[in-house]
Design a protein around this ligand. Structure first.
Ligand SMILES: Cc1ncc(COP(=O)(O)O)c(C=O)c1O
Length: 415
């Protein structure tokens, strides 16, 4: 690219005049490049992609049909702004029927989002002044923290570890951080650990938020994807509505990642502030999409069917990974399996390859074994395996997992 005065105009928050000059590669870019290199080295070979973070299937036919009929209605054609009643009311019904959350007022306590990512990027504008802290779990989905930093805020990381069942230890936050903290962001079922919260943990969160005057943002992008029992909503916790909001998304619950639609529900004041900033950020998701999502929210059997598939795949994946020496335990929901990374791989001829990080393991798995995973080194070396790998039917699913077992079985992993 030719030199340009534009280079000097960039804001410090994206690197200032140095923007784009760093040679450092982001994790997901490294994975992409390693996959390309592996395919170039093994033309025609199959990469077993267990790194994907989104559903492998289309939205259900009924959602596509609902979109089709809603898209043809002239009243849906214009700016949706903060939305009409259809999605709000369906979301309130969904919260009550699926998550047991009673008494949410759809008019004042719910507003749609153009996906949870958009909501996580909007909410910091409503809460964060320069110098304020936000408390975020790590490893995790960083969007809220990234935007908090754009506003001059600071992120305090709460490590998720096996010893804490991947629930943050709230009492370890230093007092000086708490004094300037505005928000606590949590996410259960969790990406990447696959961990689920408990009613007791959520009750502790409510008490902690009240004690330290924090807004709670519960990112429930995987909420309905549970393998047993009822989804656990933060809003079902006594007192939750006084301290926070919960973000729901159609992306994973209904195989609608590309459709970009979700909702923010809970505390009226926070929902209103979200709506005010949102109104100055976007003009709302196409009403036809909102109405198709509303249809899905009234059909929780869609999510139950998706979750049943992930549950089946997860059980089988756990067995394969255990067979290869990983300490894998089946999570209670989400589509992620998070396991400690090996320290070394030993070939049948005795050659030993030592790994210094999960990222090194992941790169080796792609280039040597043609298996793609996502590494996390934020709180110990772990690999995230996703059961959203592509397989055209159940027989193909079994073939993929058998092939995975075969490729892992050709080496001995040391932990
Ligand atoms: C924890 C978490 N939150 C939010 C999102 C974004 O979801 P959406 O598609 O609703 O923007 C993701 C997507 O991967 C996620 O993993």
């Amino acid at each position: 690219m030719p030199e340009s005065y534009l280079q000097d105009l960039f804001a410090e928050r994206i690197g200032g005049a140095q923007y784009g000059k760093s040679a450092a590669l982001y994790k997901f870019e490294k994975i992409k490049r390693a996959k390309r290199a592996a395919l170039a080295a093994h033309p025609g070979a199959e990469i077993l992609d267990l790194g994907v973070g989104e559903p492998d299937e289309m939205a259900f036919t009924q959602a596509i049909e609902a979109l089709h009929s809603e898209a043809g209605k002239p009243e849906n054609r214009g700016y949706a702004d903060n939305g009409d009643a259809a999605l709000k009311e369906a979301a309130a019904r969904h919260l009550e029927r699926v998550c047991g959350v009673k008494g949410i007022n759809p008019e004042t306590e719910i507003i749609h989002s153009i996906g949870s990512k958009a909501a996580l990027s909007i909410l910091p504008a409503a809460l964060v002044n320069p110098g304020d802290y936000v408390l975020m779990t790590t490893p995790g989905y960083p969007v809220f923290g990234t935007h908090a930093k754009y506003y001059g805020g600071r992120v305090h990381n709460l490590p998720l570890t096996e010893a804490n069942q991947f629930l943050p230890d709230l009492e370890r936050v230093p007092a000086e951080v708490l004094r300037r903290a505005k928000a606590l962001v949590i996410n259960y079922p969790n990406n990447p650990t696959g961990a689920s919260a408990t009613p007791e943990f959520f009750a502790r969160v409510v008490e902690f938020a009240q004690r330290h005057r924090l807004a709670v943002v519960h990112d429930a992008a995987y909420a309905a994807l549970v393998f047993e029992g009822q989804p656990l909503s933060f809003l079902a916790t006594p007192g939750a509505k006084a301290v926070g909001v919960e973000l729901h998304s159609a992306s994973k619950s209904f195989n609608m990642t590309g459709w970009r639609c979700g909702f923010v529900a809970g505390n009226e004041l926070l929902v209103r502030a979200y709506g005010d900033v949102k109104d100055n950020t976007d003009s709302g998701q196409f009403l036809a999409i909102q109405h198709a999502v509303a249809h899905c929210l009234d059909h929780p059997e869609i999510t139950r069917q998706i979750a049943a598939k992930y549950c089946r795949r997860m059980g089988a994946l756990v067995e394969v990974l255990r067979g290869a020496g990983f300490q894998a335990a089946k999570p209670k929901g989400s589509f992620f399996l998070y396991v400690k990374a090996p320290q070394a791989a030993v070939r049948p001829n005795g050659a030993r390859l030592r790994f210094g990080s999960a990222e090194e393991v992941s790169q080796w798995l792609i280039t040597d074994r043609l298996i793609s995973t996502v590494p996390w080194d934020d709180a110990g070396p772990y690999l995230r395996w996703s059961v959203t790998f592509v397989a055209k039917d159940q027989a193909d699913e079994e073939r993929v997992l058998a092939e995975l077992a075969r490729r892992l079985g050709e080496v001995r992993l040391e932990f």
